[in-house]
Design a binder for this molecule. Sequence first.
Ligand code: SF4
Length: 71
Amino acid sequence: MAKIDKCPKSKVNAGYCTCTYSSCPRHGLCCECLHYHRHRNEIPACYFSAEEEKTYNRSIEFYCQRRTKQA
Ligand code: SF4
């Protein structure tokens, strides 16, 4: 049985997943997604706007930069 099928929340989670990186095996497995990105000093795709998410830059620096930039 695939890991995704063992998680009782995977279908609900997938409904909230905004990540467009389609080949990632962690879609719907939020705990693994979080651990993966935290280990890399990053945050998951769902924290970013649709425009930001498309860059695949998941860094904390990018996230903060986009939210502290003033016109
Ligand atoms: S945010 Fe990262 S770990 Fe989560 S589904 Fe997208 S590529 Fe995979």
